[in-house]
Design a protein around this ligand. Structure first.
Ligand code: PHE
Length: 341
């Protein structure tokens, strides 16, 4: 029995065969187990010699089984190592990484600069009522500014005669929403998307603005000019020239637009040189009617507001002469300007 099993174990070629041998010898009904059971029927003298002999056999078979099992595992590992291998000297495969869109980067930077000047961030919906987008801002139904703004209107259901909602044409409705909720005094900016049906080198139907609003008892045009100049020198560096131009908006009085000096040629735009001026914002002292519409007493409070084109100041900073490229999602363009890897 001993030689039979040791011989078979030696010849076993896989783990399943080995397991069969274990069952056949030491399993519940295995040959050796059955013999162990016979011990009970033996005389004490017989048992004294047969017992230890059987136990020794059992141990011997057991250790032969586990030795063979280990040997088989070793051989299997050797086999795998022969066929599977890894060249750790191969260069890694590069993985392209997403990056933050330039307009989002500028938005964050603008927010940080105004935060340093004590402005907190307010938000409003991109689909708004015509009351917030126009009427409350002193642009009544017949006003030419409504037509000039190339507004996108949302359709109402058939038979619903209420005035349609609009895709907000500017961030100015956030002025109203904020003052309605929080009153005066206040010092906020409101960055976000705005929409106008317009498309050329400096206009896209969706673009970004940041609204500014500062209301207190003695805020003046001088404060507006200081805040904006402070902003531009922080954003562009100190060598940028600004131009305040008298203008008109229904919601401010007096009103001013601000241009940034730049050179605009050979497919690039540079700030701080040249004879071109790019308009980047509208601004002014908030009209008393606007304060009233938002529930703020114009005899007690006054202040300034501005609406700045975020994409425009991004164009100027990165030297990109066509606004439309920002929204083409062309990875080659994004990579060329270092906006994607
Ligand atoms: N809402 C104006 C625009 O989009 C800009 C503006 C904002 C002007 C606030 C004055 C005050 O053109």
């Amino acid at each position: 029995l001993r030689t039979k099993y040791l011989d078979l174990i030696g010849k076993a070629s896989d783990e399943a065969g080995l397991e069969d041998l274990r069952v056949a010898s030491l399993g519940k009904k295995g040959e050796i187990s059955l013999m162990m059971r016979e011990l009970g029927k033996m005389s004490p003298e017989e048992r004294q010699t047969a017992g230890p002999a059987l136990n020794a056999l059992k141990d011997e078979i057991n250790s032969a089984l586990s030795a063979k099992k280990a040997a088989l595992a070793d051989a299997a590992l050797d086999e795998r190592l022969k066929t599977e291998w890894l060249d750790v000297t191969l260069p890694g495969r590069p993985r392209r990484q997403g990056t933050i869109h330039p307009v989002s980067q500028v938005m964050e930077e603008v927010t940080a600069i105004f935060a340093d000047m004590g402005f907190s961030v307010a938000e409003g919906p991109q689909i708004d009522s015509d009351w917030y987008n126009f009427d409350a801002l002193n642009i009544p139904g017949h006003h030419p500014a409504r037509a000039e703004m190339d507004t996108f209107y949302m359709h109402r259901a058939e038979g619903d005669n209420r005035p349609p909602h609009v895709l907000r044409t500017h961030t100015s409705p956030v002025q109203i929403r904020h003052m309605e909720q929080h009153g005066a005094p206040c010092r906020i900016i409101a960055p976000g998307r705005v929409y106008r049906a317009d498309y050329d080198q400096t206009h896209t139907p969706m673009f970004h603005q940041v609204e500014g609003l500062a209301i207190d008892r003695e805020i003046s045009m001088a404060n507006l000019k200081w805040v904006l100049e402070e902003f531009f020198s922080a954003y562009f560096g100190t060598n940028v020239k600004t131009r305040f131009r008298a203008s008109h908006f229904p919601f401010t009085e007096p009103s001013a637009e601000v241009d940034i000096q730049c050179s605009w040629e050979d497919g690039t735009v540079k700030v701080g040189e040249g004879n071109d001026w790019l308009e980047v914002l509208g601004s002014g002292m908030v009209h008393p009617k606007v304060l009233s519409a938002a529930g703020v007493n114009p005899d007690e409070w006054q202040g300034f507001a501005f609406g700045m084109g975020i994409d425009r100041i991004a164009m100027l900073k990165y030297g990109i002469p066509d606004l439309r490229a920002f929204f083409d999602s062309d990875l080659r363009w994004l990579r060329h300007y270092g906006f994607a890897s």
